[in-house]
Design a protein around this ligand. Structure first.
Ligand code: MGP
Ligand code: SAH
Length: 230
């Protein structure tokens, strides 16, 4: 009896998300070491896959971004495993979370349940680009794929490197829904291109750029676009 119990405990450890996801890829170790920065409730059953590990917005940053959207209807267009969705759900009037990958959406649902906010999110499995004409909201949050963890191998990250469409096209699609657009971008992004996006909009949009740090180290930048014309 005692032996059986010991084996099932061992199985539980081996099969835990930590071992399964981080154990299979040494490249993920640095993200696993930051797990509590990513999700403070990590130990309560958070689920991640490989892309989730290197793409999720650290919790402290997501809390700050969500605070800027307090009380609004937010569309999280690339919701991944839910790092941003969870924080939006806490303070926004409603959240629509979209991801093309059904496995990510399952994980985001699980993770939102860990944080007790799942009933405040509407999930859509689908392609943001195709769904855009049917979407309505006050704020659009874009945290698209940057092309993998090698994004920082170039000195200056240009908007054409974003996926699944280049940054100009994504921005144009976003503007057809609302001028209040938030983009979560690499820390080496070409800031001049972001300023150009704001200026070339009609009417021109105001732009605020925020450096996002965790533990004193810059992780990414967030660009807040909005319409200053009343
Ligand atoms: P990083 O540079 O890969 O990690 O990503 P870190 O720990 O800063 O590595 P170091 O070796 O440079 O110290 C930093 C953060 O950027 C991640 O925690 C994610 O929040 C975000 N991020 C990284 N990637 C590759 C993506 C991506 O493709 N999409 C989105 N939306 N965010 C990403
Ligand atoms: N902000 C998220 C991370 C987003 S990573 C978090 O904090 O967890 C980018 C996500 O975009 C990935 O999960 C990927 O599956 C999704 N994605 C890629 N192409 C997409 C598309 N065309 N439409 C919607 N989602 C897409």
């Amino acid at each position: 009896m005692a032996r059986k119990r010991k084996r099932s405990l061992l199985e539980k450890v081996i099969n835990s998300p930590t071992e399964k996801e981080h154990g299979t890829s040494p490249n993920l170790t640095k993200y696993w070491l930051q797990r509590y920065d990513l999700f403070s409730k990590y130990d309560q059953g958070i689920e991640m896959d490989e892309e989730g590990w290197y793409s999720v917005t650290p919790e402290e940053i997501a809390i700050n971004q969500a605070e800027r959207c307090r009380g609004k209807v937010v569309i999280d267009c690339f919701s991944g495993v839910g790092g941003n969705t969870i924080q939006f759900a806490k303070v926004c009037s409603s959240v629509i979370a979209i991801d093309i990958d059904p496995v990510k959406v399952e994980m985001a649902i699980n993770n939102a349940m860990v944080y007790g906010v799942n009933d405040r999110v509407d999930y859509i499995v689908g392609d943001f680009v195709h769904l855009a004409p049917s979407l309505k909201g006050d704020v659009l949050f874009l945290s698209p794929p940057w092309g993998g963890p090698m994004y920082n191998k170039v000195k200056s990250y240009t908007l054409d490197m974003l996926q699944p469409k280049d940054g100009y096209e994504l921005f144009q699609i976003a503007q057809s829904i609302t001028p209040n657009i938030i983009m979560f971008l690499p820390r080496n992004v070409d800031i001049a291109q972001l300023e150009e996006l704001a200026w070339l909009s009609s009417p021109p949009l105001s732009l605020e750029i925020e450096e996002n740090c965790v533990g004193g180290k810059i992780k990414a930048i967030t660009a807040y676009f909005s319409c200053s014309v009343v």
